[in-house]
Design a protein around this ligand. Sequence first.
Ligand code: URA
Length: 442
Amino acid sequence: MAFRVEDRVRPYDLIRKKRDGGELTAEEITSLVDGFVRGEVADYQVSAWLMAVYFRGMTHRETADLTMAMARSGRMLDLRGIPGVKVDKHSSGGVGDKTSLVVVPLVASCGVPVPKMSGRGLGHTGGTLDKLESIPGLRTAVEVEAFVEQVRRLGCAIVGQTADLVPADKKLYALRDVTATVDSIPLIASSIMSKKIAGGADAIVLDVKAGSGAFMKDLHSARTLAQVMVAIGSQLGRRTVALVTDMDQPLGHAVGNAVEVREAVATLRGEGPGDLTELCLSLGAEMLRLGGRARELDEARQLLVDRLRDGAGLRKLQEMVSAQGGDPAAVEDLDRLPSAPVVLEVCSQQEGYVQGIDAEAVGRVAVILGAGRARKEDRVDPAVGLTVLAKRGARVARGDVVALVHARTLDDAQRAASGLLEAYRVGPVPPEPRPLVHGRVG
Ligand code: URA
């Protein structure tokens, strides 16, 4: 007779135990996750359990066990054929966050292999795959074997997650999405870390965003999420470091897809915006240190600066683009990237200092233009987006150009321009400076 999950652990008992504040064993968590993935535990029972977790939380040990149970629900990548310490990087998502496009080739050009599986944009946040796919011909749907071979040969790849990677996360996320249980720290941490663990890297650098454009709006929650993810990584034998970084305004100037690729290329040429360049150096230095390429962060940072100066990071991006079927000339000649037919200047209607730019609102304007997705099945327009010129602290006069809208039609551009102006807060005095990196956990 077939073994059924109910013979061992009854979902009812696990829901009740968590509801009453108990701590589940690894076996109990695994039986629930496995039973759910096999279709033996009902959606309504898992929904109730998720709500119990939402209110009662999980210990670090339980969260690590949940992460492992989820990671084991599908294929676990074996990267042992790639020499060296493989270092992955993950951002919890933001607006204008193109750091992976810079950091992945830059770190690889210093000799540390970076196998990166990325996601697509959803809601107001952009996705690395959508940005990369604005390069003509570039493929992100790559078989696992080809992905591993590319990292072995070139030192890096950025591809989409395959369907067999962490199926438990896909099923659980779909339930969380409709049961108001997405914003639970143990559930977010296990969702992110299960994909990193299954991805097979030896070490992980996490960029946990805090602010209006981030999942975690306040610094305290971002710090807690970072601590939980670092604890999971170390319990599961992966060296993990997290930086908590600012997402209270868009990162850099560009928000969209091709516009962000242009800015990433400029950054690899050493001509990028200060905040983006600084964040790439901070994250990259952590990656080089975990990868054993440098003992100290200062030394690691210098290696990265040298690779920006001598163009090795940019050449690595070109090699990666070429290996994934993209047009490598588009990285040299940025006019080969898609561009929008309408570019509209957005002028300030007030005078003073930019106090802040609501990053989530900017992300939503980009989605309305077509640069992001309102629903999973939507297609993104690679050409449209925004250039946010005046950032926090800038002094603006009435009529100054504060941003550019890249749109398909003048109508779209005008609507986006008024949405963008609403995202700006302008006041009479300069704002208090806000650090780019709020803290480090690791
Ligand atoms: N990103 C993920 O991958 N999972 C979550 O639950 C939240 C953000």
